[in-house]
Structure formats: structure tokens, C-alpha cells
Design a protein around this ligand. Structure first.
Ligand SMILES: CC(C)(COP(=O)(O)OP(=O)(O)OC[C@H]1O[C@@H](n2cnc3c(N)ncnc32)[C@H](O)[C@@H]1OP(=O)(O)O)[C@@H](O)C(=O)NCCC(=O)NCCS
Length: 210
């Protein structure tokens, strides 16, 4: 099995039926890792799919393989790529890299000029983000939109974030500012072109709070 056995798509209404499976896997994986995570509901994940603000991957046999979505904050000036999850059957094959790459370019296209950021404890995500052109930053460089930080309330590490007055926590913050950071080439060219194809039709959205 290789990365070429998978398709990576912008999610839509037809994928809503996978929302619960995706949320269950997010919760299971967080439990297994013993790390904190913001909880997501199937309704929330489904809304991201309907809005075209999510990327989903399938094995060519039709099995759900992975997922990630976009959130915008601070009136669209900040965009987070969140909720990355890969079906345990298909890990360590470059699928997270492919999904994050598509989510990254989808974000740049939908939210022109916005700064992209993410919070993570995961080494794989830090590696992929670095390859895309993100750099580690202090929390003060992220959005000050309270709605975003409310998302951390369901994380087991939330008391730490509060005790540090939101200045830091166990997650590493990473930022990509399109004005200053250059896009790197994260995955092999053939898959990248395939991934970019579907983005031709994506229109930028108005900058407004979700
Ligand atoms: C973390 C996760 C998304 C990685 O998915 P994946 O498809 O296996 O990742 P990829 O195959 O694209 O790997 C990308 C890079 O990270 C590395 N990597 C993958 N899993 C890793 C791990 N657990 N620890 C350290 N490095 C890892 C890979 O070796 C690869 O590096 P390379 O480019 O030098 O080869 C997946 O294990 C997962 O869904 N975990 C549970 C949920 C989670 O942790 N989500 C992230 C929340 S921030």
C-alpha cells in the first residue's frame, strides 16, 4: 500500500455520514496518547464538511482514511487547520502530510491574506508544518479571539493554560504568515499536483467571523 492508493478530497455533504466515525477516532486516539485535545461533536464536523472547510481521504476501496478541517478566527484574519486524524490502519504512509498539504492550500485560497496557525503536541504535525513553511511562535502571536481559546476548555491541560494566563501551555504554537513565510514543498510532486487540481474551483470567502 502506498500514498497513491488514496484520494484526498475537499469534503462535502456526501461525507457527513463519516462525521461520527471521525469524532470517535479523534477521542480514541487522544485517549491512547494520553494527551489533551479539544473535543469535537459530529454536528460540528458535519458543518465543516457542508461548508467545504474540511479535507477527507479514502482508500481506493472506499474505506475512510483521514480527515482535517479549517476554522477561522479574529474575523477571518487567523485560520487554524485542526482536527487532523488518520485511520490507524493507514498511518505512517504520508497520508497526514497529504491531508495537511491540501488543507493548507485550501486555507490559503479561501482566506486570502489570513495567517495560518495551529496548536499541537504531536511530533508528526510539527514536522509537516515545518515542511510547509510554518514556524514555532509564542501564544501571543496567535489570535486573541476568545472563541478560539474556549475550544481549549475541553482539553485535559486547560488548567495549565489558565494558570499561565494563556501565554503558553503544553502545545507548541506554529504560524504561517503568507506575507513573510514561504511555502515549502512537502510531498512528492505527482501527489501535490493531484491534490492541487480540485482547488482550481475554490473561491475565496468573505473575511468574517464564523
Ligand atoms: C499524528 C498522525 C496524524 C500522523 O499521521 P500519518 O499519516 O501517520 O503521518 P505521515 O505518514 O504523513 O507522517 C508525516 C511525518 O511524521 C512522521 N511521523 C508520523 N507519525 C509519527 C509519530 N507518531 N511520531 C513521530 N513522527 C511521526 C513520519 O515519519 C513522517 O516523517 P517523514 O516526512 O520524515 O517521513 C496520526 O498518527 C494520527 O492520526 N494520530 C492521532 C491523532 C493526532 O495525533 N492528531 C494530531 C493532533 S495535533
Amino acid at each position: 500500500m502506498t500514498i497513491d492508493d488514496f484520494v484526498v478530497l475537499i469534503a462535502s455533504e456526501e461525507h457527513v455520514k463519516y462525521a461520527k466515525t471521525i469524532c470517535d477516532e479523534m477521542a480514541e486516539s487522544a485517549k491512547a496518547r494520553g494527551t489533551g485535545i479539544a473535543k469535537r461533536t459530529p454536528e460540528y464536523v458535519a458543518s465543516k464538511m457542508r461548508d467545504g472547510k474540511a479535507v477527507i481521504a479514502f482508500h481506493k476501496d472506499g474505506t475512510w482514511a483521514g480527515f482535517s478541517y479549517i476554522e477561522c478566527w479574529g474575523h477571518g484574519n487567523y485560520v487554524a487547520n485542526s482536527g487532523l486524524i488518520i485511520n490507524p490502519m493507514y498511518r505512517k504512509m504520508g497520508l497526514a502530510k497529504a491531508i495537511k498539504t491540501k488543507t493548507f492550500f485550501l486555507s490559503l485560497k479561501m482566506f486570502k491574506g489570513a495567517k495560518l496557525f495551529g496548536l499541537t503536541t504531536g511530533q508528526a504535525v510539527m514536522k509537516i508544518n515545518t515542511e510547509l513553511g510554518y514556524r514555532p511562535v509564542t501564544f501571543s502571536e496567535l489570535t486573541d479571539d476568545d472563541e478560539f481559546w474556549h475550544g481549549c476548555e475541553s482539553c485535559v491541560n486547560y488548567p495549565i493554560l489558565v494558570s499561565k494566563e494563556r501565554k503558553n501551555c503544553l502545545c507548541t504554537a506554529m504560524l504561517f504568515d503568507p506575507e513573510v513565510d514561504r511555502v515549502q514543498a512537502p510531498i512528492k510532486a505527482s501527489k501535490l499536483f493531484e491534490i492541487m487540481d480540485e482547488l482550481q474551483n475554490v473561491k475565496p470567502v468573505e473575511h468574517s467571523k464564523e
